[in-house]
Design a protein around this ligand. Structure first.
Ligand code: AMP
Length: 375
């Protein structure tokens, strides 16, 4: 299957080619035809599956067909749970729409609203937003949603986890009844289903990579190691594998900071990204990681949501997560969209129970690798 066979228009095909997308991912293949036909979608897919393009490309194509201009108002609203994800969706949209006359902007909290308001004043066709800031700007009269024809709720499960449900419930009534709604969630718990039922009309369901079957492209290893040898092992692996770009997961913010300190001391550039860091510090770290001035990004699970780096080679679980699904989400950050990746996981005595849960969920063992730092 090619993007052309999905009936995407020429102005979209050029940028896709330039970005190295040779063929659609399964979620794109399944969603794009239904979206172009005008259906609502209930999509079960996690980050890394190509879901952004799955909704962004058909929306751009449908808006292009309407020959809209900057003064046509907001035609598409995309809600995302975190600033990082919102920014990343916007970056992708800008790339995909390079040949189109469609304007977009992104708004999120934690920063001064002035430049966001200025951008809105210029006329925006596609607005990407986190719920809190959107509501705030709506209440101040800077945003009107009465022209919206396409509405996307991305990472709905994370939205609920982060307590955005009340904001979402205030935003939805301001959207026109007549619209296309696209709903993405990595998991389908009963509260997700309930929310989806209230906002979707006769949706087509699409699903890819169920959480229990992580990408075959990820080479997974376990290192049984004492808690107090983990940092030495980490430094050893970074050196031995000459890791130039790796994402390290820790369970706590404090733990993340400690790992960063130790790596920096040994001459490996590293930064932590977690909820205690300011928006600026997080963006700086993420940009540094993307442009390779920072080799190792150390993150907690919530902060890592939405980190999108092409061809991320290594994910290292400095600590195993208590919830087995989280392991699958973490290693899904590597080996994404057709590239190969490596996942190393450290497991100390207290974490053996978590490891059991993970292998049970994945229905397969993970190879154990010997190393010089045991006891
Ligand atoms: P997403 O799940 O939307 O966060 O996308 C995950 C990553 O896959 C992003 O870095 C995209 O740029 C990339 N990607 C999306 N679609 C494709 C494709 N068809 N071929 C190759 N890479 C893709």
């Amino acid at each position: 299957m090619t993007f052309k066979e999905l009936n995407l228009i020429q102005p979209l095909l050029g940028p896709l080619d330039k970005m190295g997308y040779t063929q659609p991912t399964p979620i794109q293949e399944q969603s794009i035809p239904h979206l172009l036909a005008g259906s609502d979608i209930f999509g079960c897919a996690q980050t890394g599956t190509g879901k952004t393009a799955a909704f962004a490309l058909p929306i751009l194509q449908m808006l292009d067909a309407q020959r809209i201009g900057p003064r046509s108002g907001i035609k598409a609203l995309i809600l995302a749970p975190t600033r990082e994800l919102a920014i990343q969706i916007h970056e992708h949209l800008v790339q995909y729409s390079e040949n189109l006359n469609i304007t977009s902007t992104v708004i999120f909290g934690g920063v001064n609203q002035h430049s966001q308001v200025q951008a809105l004043r210029k006329g925006v066709n596609i607005l990407i937003a986190t719920p809190g800031r959107l509501l705030d700007l709506m209440q101040q009269g800077f945003v009107r949603l009465n022209t919206v024809t396409h509405f996307v709720l991305d990472e709905a499960d994370r939205m609920l986890d982060m307590g955005f449900i009340h904001d979402i419930k205030k935003i939805i009534p301001k959207l026109p009844e007549q619209r296309q709604t696209i709903f993405f969630s990595a998991t389908v718990a009963p509260d997700i289903k309930k929310l989806a039922d209230t906002i979707l009309k006769k949706p087509v369901s699409v699903e890819v990579t169920p959480v229990a079957s992580p990408s075959e492209l990820v080479d997974q290893s376990i290192f049984m190691v004492d808690k107090n040898h983990k940092r030495t092992l980490l430094k050893h692996l970074i050196k031995e594998h000459n890791i130039q770009q790796g994402l390290v997961f820790t369970r706590t913010k404090h733990g993340a900071d400690k790992v960063v300190k130790e790596l920096n001391k040994s001459g490996v550039t590293a930064e932590a990204i977690h909820g205690n860091k300011s928006q600026n510090a997080r963006e700086r770290a993420l940009n540094g990681f993307k442009n390779h001035s920072i080799r190792i990004l150390v993150a907690t699970d919530i902060a890592a949501r939405g980190i999108d780096v092409d061809k991320l080679g290594y994910v290292i679980n400095f600590e195993l997560p208590e919830v087995a699904e989280t392991y699958v989400h973490r290693i899904g950050r590597t080996g994404r969209a057709g590239t190969e990746g490596v996942a190393f996981s450290f497991c100390d005595e207290e974490e053996v129970q978590y490891l059991k849960g993970i292998t049970k969920l994945m229905k397969r063992d993970i190879k154990k690798v010997a190393h010089p730092f045991n006891n």
